[in-house]
Design a protein around this ligand. Structure first.
Ligand code: URA
Length: 433
């Protein structure tokens, strides 16, 4: 086979065979296909797209380029969820705790923060003592014992994606729906779950800015799952404003705990209940209404919170944080942002809110850089809320007071204030099955 012919075929819009695709991925990972030829191929995909069959094979070939986690020693239907990334998105721990409390089996691998978006693994590490690296055996045992484990992804999951993603980043080939979908799904397929619920975020804080794009991405990922005999559903959710009120690692864990105590923000609670109910349906625990009622009662009767405590303790963390949020620690300094105008918050540039939080130290500015676990933002007003002159609209947290001025400026710039109350937008925008 010649790479030249594969590129030409894709450029002409002719469907590639399974053999060609598998050869292409193997050749690239092994270093036989140079970056410039892979770049030309990726650019051809940008313009010609991929058929569902091609995408299924392409994704599986990327998944098989590294470890394929075998979860067969874990009893039951193993479910996983994946968010395409957002600001204040702390749903994983709430959902995983509720699903496990209702008898579901959650074997989950999560990532770290990326750019303006936070990552579950960083958030979990703000819990004193908690480990996010477990051996495969310890991971399996924990899921068998308590129904849930959440760990970081091993470095050898889908190395082909890692290499291709780095190339896309510098060849203007990131924003292609087939390439995004296959990148995300290759890692999910390699992680071994039987059923996957995708949370496709849309809005100013998300990768997908329009509902149409989000739909196409969701449908593409669901199709890839079906091609590879996995149960995949997608929920399209709003990311045109941050989710909940907290942005930043320990601050978000505190909000997770409040939510499992039944006192969480409405948007976050609604989204978690719906997603947890779908995961239970995928776990064959009943129809949607039955499953929704189950997760709702696990939230109300404290079973979800008890499951979070078990999860924390099993992973070596201090389970007392669930009863005493102050054990998460607090930043040395706080700074209240007051508004100088009155009216309504009509829009939030959510990506910019995430960046303001990164500026306080809550996210990384360089690869593998340090993060300040207690830094971040607690919002008091969000899109749709009325504000009066002098109201405190957000409180910033940091260990370095000099960071407040820049972050406060960035946060204020992210808000649009108007005189008319904006039309409210649902948190769950669509379900793609
Ligand atoms: N997340 C991924 O893992 N891959 C992409 O291409 C985009 C977002």
């Amino acid at each position: 086979m010649r790479m030249y012919d594969v590129i030409l075929k894709k450029r002409q819009g002719i469907e590639l065979s399974d053999k060609e695709i598998q050869w292409l991925i193997r050749g690239y990972v092994e270093g036989n296909i140079p970056d410039y030829q892979m770049s030309a191929f990726l650019m051809a995909v940008m313009f010609k797209g991929m058929t569902t069959k091609e995408l299924g094979t392409f994704t599986m070939a990327m998944a098989h380029s590294g470890d394929m986690v075998n979860l067969s020693a874990i009893k039951g239907i193993k479910v996983d969820k994946h968010s395409t990334g957002g600001v204040g998105d702390k749903t994983t721990l709430v959902i995983a705790s509720l699903v496990a409390a209702c008898g579901g089996v959650v074997a989950k691998m999560s990532g770290r923060g990326l750019g303006h978006t936070g990552g579950t693994i960083d958030k979990m590490e703000s819990i004193p003592g908690l480990k996010t690296e477990l051996s495969e055996e310890a991971f399996r045992n924990q899921v068998n014992n308590i129904g849930v484990a959440v760990i970081g992804q091993s470095s050898n999951i889908a190395p082909a994606d890692k290499k291709i993603y780095a190339l896309r980043d510098v060849t203007a080939t990131v924003d292609s729906i087939p390439l995004i979908a296959s990148s995300i799904m290759s890692k999910k397929l390699a992680s071994g779950a039987d059923a996957i619920l995708l949370d496709v975020k849309v809005g100013s804080g998300a990768f997908m800015k329009s509902l149409d794009e989000a739909h196409t991405l969701a449908q593409t990922m669901v199709d890839i799952g079906r091609e590879n005999k996995r149960i995949v559903k997608a929920v399209i959710t709003d990311m045109d404003r941050p989710l909940g009120y907290a942005i930043g690692n320990a601050l978000e864990i505190a909000e997770v705990i409040q939510t499992l105590r039944g006192h969480g923000p409405r948007d976050l609670t609604d989204e978690c209940l719906v997603m947890a109910a779908y995961l239970l349906v995928m776990s064959e625990k009943g129809d949607y209404d039955t499953c929704y009622a189950k997760v709702q009662s696990a939230l109300q009767n404290g079973d979800g919170l008890a499951k979070l405590r078990e999860l924390i303790i099993s992973q070596g963390g201090d389970g007392r944080v669930v009863d005493n949020i102050s054990l998460l620690g607090q930043s040395q300094f706080t700074y209240d942002i007051k508004t100088s105008s009155a009216g309504y918050i009509t829009h939030m540039d959510t990506e910019a809110c995430g960046i303001a939080s990164v500026m306080l130290g809550a996210g990384r500015t360089v690869k593998d850089g340090p993060i300040d676990m207690t830094a971040g933002i607690v919002m008091h007003k969000k899109t749709g809320d009325s504000i009066a002159e002098g109201d405190v609209i957000a409180t910033l947290y940091a260990d370095d007071e000099s960071l407040f001025e820049g972050a406060a400026h960035a946060y204020i710039q992210a808000l649009t204030i108007g005189l008319e109350k904006p039309v409210s937008r649902d948190t769950i925008l669509a379900i793609v099955e």
